[in-house]
Design a protein around this ligand. Structure first.
Ligand code: SF4
Length: 733
């Protein structure tokens, strides 16, 4: 802040919309005081002042009663965490890293990052892994989030940016298909764009197994079986071709591979697609007509079609529909992905992914290695090769070839990873688990060393929103005395591990190096500066020099492939990794609710959000509920081949009768990811969160009390007992 009482223009810490907001100092004082309040920032173009409850309540996490305020260490396995100083904690980490390396080699130290980290932190974490640790084993939770869309983007267009156009273009398209996206719950301020689209005469089609609040606003809602979006896209392409709605001139001038895609689509005739998806032929025809006849069309996907073991091909099929109808590389048309996490876009561009270096460069590309090594002042041959993807990294922990020490930064895999009980067991086998977080998350509770870090309002840094717009978060308040930034702690660890230079704590300094490292890469930030971002309300990448205006719209002249043409994927439908059978006759699909965010590590600590969404539930259709003899609110158990979860039934005709839904924000007995299937997409290595086979049964007598309640009580007691926590939490426990 520039003076007493001054407001700071910044952005929300949560989702990829990165809404603009202002922070105004409060008069509050005392141990649990919240130092700032959120006010609107109508001049920021993406959300124009609108915020959801998560953003409005975000300052609650700045209060001392809620967050960690000093490092914690555990003296022996199974022992309690106790308070420690920074030197002791960092010395312990450095010693553990050295031991793991000496005994098992450099790859025995793993790093697990997060899609919520700023660009500077993601960049520095990748550099730290490669230069200081020398490990190939770094990946991040964004692999769970949108890596299939990224892979499909690169395959089709030669470049991955979630939206190739600003959100402001959406109201001007003729027909929009939203696939597996529920912005009414995940990013409510974005709904305005879809409303405006309809006010302008455009049509909105929503594809979702549930009749969500987003689907309620659609002109047409298609409700497929989970895991069948690929067949649906091919069925629509089939009808578009059969009805003569292909844009032949566009296909000839700007694409390759159409004939193979055409052959694949023609094998997915309407009756067959109805059998696979459960969507009636009449509805398929209506959707194909609306999209095929529109002057311009867009398809936006989110986690629904992406979090599948065939997610890359599924997104590829939707892109093929766009390409065949000429809806790409021209105004108000195209395919895009609605990124989920706060820095889901930037987090995947600057080197915390197992196979990438900054600027979206491949770690296996000799020229890329040489460029980045020169910026880092190291020998290119010293840089590790590609490491394991996120689930493979977690699955291997403590095993013969797996990491023995792990640094987790900005992630909570105990709740958010698939097959979470197995992942938790692997985390327990580590010789050293280090977690840097702002709260004592479920993963931090397993750690040997917990490092308390600054949060959004306490630091400067950039993120890149779902449009590819690089924006600036500004420090509004000082962090508590015992809290440090991740950039600082990476520098301190580097120094302890023998690297004295190259890890500054100042975010702008790191960003300036990131600019050089990204120069000439696909995600070129070299023309972007803090000053420009502040002056221009964000700058769209690529922006290769300071005089360049940035690139709000991609591909208008050519696609980023070697020949400048977009590539059809030409894919065919295949079943999910696990389909319902006699023993597990239902589909489970998972997702988010309005008042919680991701693993809930932050939002579950905000009273008003918890009041709105206090716990997990199992949404099931009235017909299924009747068959099971279950009433609304009754405890039910959902069982998969990997585990069991217990939560109250929420009976609703909004969901398919063959499908149940659970939100994934909660740990303990109601943890949805105890059930999910880690089947991986062969290209993106994305796990199949969105569909697995389950059965639902009435919970055995006392089960929810024994499991859910016990887990809840244990969580509160453990949190209250941990050093660094406050009287508030102790009292609550
Ligand atoms: S929509 Fe997303 S970015 Fe906007 S206030 Fe809500 S959580 Fe924050």
């Amino acid at each position: 802040m520039s003076g007493p009482g001054a407001e700071t223009a910044t952005h929300c810490p949560y989702c990829a919309l990165q809404c603009g907001m202002r922070l105004r100092p409060t008069e509050a004082s005392g141990p649990g005081a919240v130092p700032v309040e959120v006010t609107e920032r109508p001049d920021f173009p993406v959300n124009r002042g609108a915020l959801c409850g998560k953003g409005r309540s975000a300052p609650a996490l700045l209060a001392r009663g809620v967050r960690l305020t000093g490092p914690l260490v555990r003296d022996r396995p199974g022992g309690p965490l106790r308070a420690a100083g920074w030197d002791e904690a960092l010395d312990r980490v450095a010693a553990g890293v050295r031991t793991a390396r000496e005994r098992h080699g450099a790859d025995a130290v793993g790093v697990f990052g997060g899609g919520g980290l700023t660009n500077e932190k993601a960049y520095q974490l990748g550099k730290f892994a490669r230069v200081v640790l020398g490990t190939a084993n770094i990946d991040y939770n964004g692999r769970f989030c949108m890596s299939s869309a990224a892979a499909a983007h690169r395959r089709a267009f030669g470049l991955d940016r979630g939206l190739p156009f600003p959100l402001a273009d959406v109201p001007h398209t003729g027909c929009l298909i939203l696939v597996g996206a529920n912005p009414a719950d995940t990013m409510p301020p974005a709904l305005r764009y879809f409303r405006e689209l309809r006010e302008n005469g455009g049509t909105l089609i929503v594809v979702d197994p549930r009749r969500t609040r987003t689907a309620e606003q659609a002109d047409l809602h298609l409700q497929p079986r989970p895991g069948t979006d690929l067949a649906l896209a091919l069925g629509l392409l089939h009808l578009v071709i059969a009805d003569g709605l292909v844009d032949e001139a566009f296909v000839a001038a700007r694409t390759t591979g159409y004939e193979r895609a055409r052959a694949a689509a023609m094998a997915h005739w309407p009756d067959r697609v109805e059998r696979i998806t459960g969507i009636q032929v009449s509805q398929l025809r209506r959707a194909a007509e609306l999209f095929g006849h529109a002057a311009t069309g867009m398809v936006l996907t989110a986690r629904g079609p992406e979090q599948q073991s065939k997610g890359t091909d599924t997104v590829g099929a939707w892109i093929d529909l766009c390409l065949a109808t000429g809806n790409a590389g021209r105004p108000y048309a195209g395919y895009g992905c609605l990124t989920g996490q706060g820095n889901g876009q930037g987090g995947r561009e600057h080197g915390q992914k197992a196979d990438q270096l900054p600027g979206y460069r491949s770690i296996e590309d000799p020229a890329a290695r040489a460029h980045v090594a020169a910026v880092w002042g190291v020998d290119p041959d010293a840089l590790p090769r590609a490491g394991r993807s996120a689930y493979e990294l977690l699955d291997g922990l403590g095993g013969p070839d797996g990491a023995r020490a792990l640094l987790v930064m900005g992630s909570n895999p105990v709740v958010s990873a698939p097959n979470a009980a197995h992942v938790t067991a692997r985390l327990r086998t580590l010789d050293l688990l280090v977690v840097a977080d702002l709260v004592l998350s479920e993963t931090a509770r397993l750690a040997d060393v917990v490092l308390p870090v600054t949060q959004w309002a306490e630091e400067d840094g950039t993120t890149t929103n779902l449009e590819g717009r690089v924006i600036l978060r500004r420090r509004a308040v000082d962090p508590p005395e015992g809290v440090r930034g991740e950039l600082w702690l990476l520098g301190e660890l580097a120094r302890r591990l023998g690297v004295e230079r190259g890890f500054p704590a100042d975010a702008e300094q790191v960003f300036d190096e990131l600019r050089r490292a990204s120069a000439g890469g696909a995600a070129d930030y070299s023309g972007i500066s803090y000053r420009r971002i502040a002056a221009e309300d964000g700058v769209f990448w690529p922006c290769p020099d300071p005089a360049h205006p940035g690139t709000p719209r991609l591909f208008l002249d050519r696609f980023a492939t070697p020949d400048g043409r977009a590539r059809f994927a030409a894919v065919t439908h295949r079943p999910a990794g696990e389909e319902p059978d006699r023993e597990y006759p239902l589909y489970l699909t998972t997702g988010r609710v309005l008042a919680q965010y991701q693993s809930g590590a932050q939002t579950r600590r905000v009273a008003e959000l918890n009041a709105a969404a206090p716990g997990p539930f199992v949404e099931l259709h009235p017909r299924l509920a009747e068959r099971l003899g279950v009433a609304d609110g009754d405890p039910v158990a959902v069982v998969s081949r990997r585990g069991r979860a217990v939560a109250p039934a929420r009976v609703s005709a909004a969901i398919r009768p063959d499908t149940v839904f659970m939100p994934f924000h909660w740990p303990g007995a109601g943890r949805a990811n105890s059930l999910t299937n880690p089947a991986l997409d062969p290209v993106s290595r994305m796990p199949e969160f969105k569909t697995c086979a389950v059965r639902v049964e009435r919970a055995v007598a006392g089960e929810p009390a024994d499991l859910a309640e016990r887990a809840h009580r244990a969580e509160r007691a453990e949190r209250a007992a941990a050093p660094g926590h406050t009287a508030d939490e102790r009292a609550a426990g």
